[in-house]
Write a new protein. Sequence first.
Length: 380
Amino acid sequence: MVFEASRAKAIDKLNDFTEQNLTDYSKLRNFDFGTSNRSNVSCLSPYITHGVISELEVIDKSLKRFSFSKSEKFIQEVLWRVYWKGWLELRPNVWSDYLIDLDKIKSEFKNNQNYLNAIEGKTNVDCFNQWVIELKENNYLHNHTRMWFASIWIFTLELPWQLGAEFFMQHLYDGDPASNTLGWRWVAGVQTQGKHYLASEWNINKFTNNRFKNIKLNENAPPVFSDKNYSISKKNFLNFEILEDKTLLIFENNLTFEFSDFKEHNFKKILLVSNETNRTIKLSEKVLRFKANLLKDQKIRLEEKSINCETININDLKNITEEVYALYPTVGENVDFIQNNKLQNIKFLYRKLDQFSWQYCNKGFFNFKNYIPKIIACFN
Ligand SMILES: Cc1cc2nc3c(=O)[nH]c(=O)nc-3n(C[C@H](O)[C@H](O)[C@H](O)COP(=O)(O)OP(=O)(O)OC[C@H]3O[C@@H](n4cnc5c(N)ncnc54)[C@H](O)[C@@H]3O)c2cc1C
């Protein structure tokens, strides 16, 4: 599997998928046919995560090819990401508590052989071991496989979900604080309290076309218990009036300025902010290189449009004293950096899609789903 770090390649992938494979998506999406046959899913997440292509572009392309009812399942999946993001924005302590717990658990488990075997792919569950290799080599796993992987990690290997979520973040090209943390919480049974996801031998056999043998799992484990409840914080996600002649910061989640809501504004300069070192979760070399190459690709596209831009290290933000705007980096390591360093001169600008959709993220996804036609109508 190849994920080339460029918008042009992302657009090619999007076009190929909508032209050739979207038609069978709802029927085939749950199958993991192996790394050499991924055409039943889009493999767009590494690009959407980084804003190299936007959810709206993907939806627009799908609707140009098929009616809403024919592409509904795919559109719902695309908007899961927006939903998870909004859910976490309304409860940012879920992320900060996760990092606090992770720190504690990491020191408890640093010499734990069960954990070390899991991250080296040396457990007695063969399919799991193969997925560890696949994750490290391809920096991507199929959605169903992520669910099985997380379930085996938590309920068969009996390891804390927080360590598994860290392992995914370190190696996934699409690693995203919201989709990943909440995905792991969901499998564990703490996102929807008491409801967990249990992987089973027959389900893995069916959806992998019997590629794996002898899958012995704990198929009867109880959900992980958590007594933590998170109330919704009041946030309005309003934008400041944009004054010309100010600098704009772009972080790793918004790497297509030229098609963004803010493309018409004349910013004095655009600073592309790279964050290699200031992360609680240390990313693998390959993931860091992928991000660096995506930043380079955005810089080239800005320069082609004669937009004054420069790449800076996130630490340099501490030396900027003037008021600047930033395309909102969303809850995660970059917002943590800004908050921990009390950089109050940075004014966030929110995407229209997020401003509109996040008001529906206070409850579950089934409630959010009812608003999808309204969300689409608002932007089409
Ligand atoms: C434990 C676990 C951890 C996960 N971690 C991440 C993560 O760090 N980053 C990430 O982007 N996704 C994560 N996901 C969600 C999902 O697995 C991936 O988005 C999906 O597999 C990406 O492959 P694709 O682009 O081929 O998806 P497709 O099936 O083609 O879906 C199209 C797009 O819809 C979105 N999408 C699909 N399923 C989901 C979902 N369940 N949640 C959120 N968005 C979705 C993605 O943007 C994806 O590109 C996780 C899921 C689980 C169960």
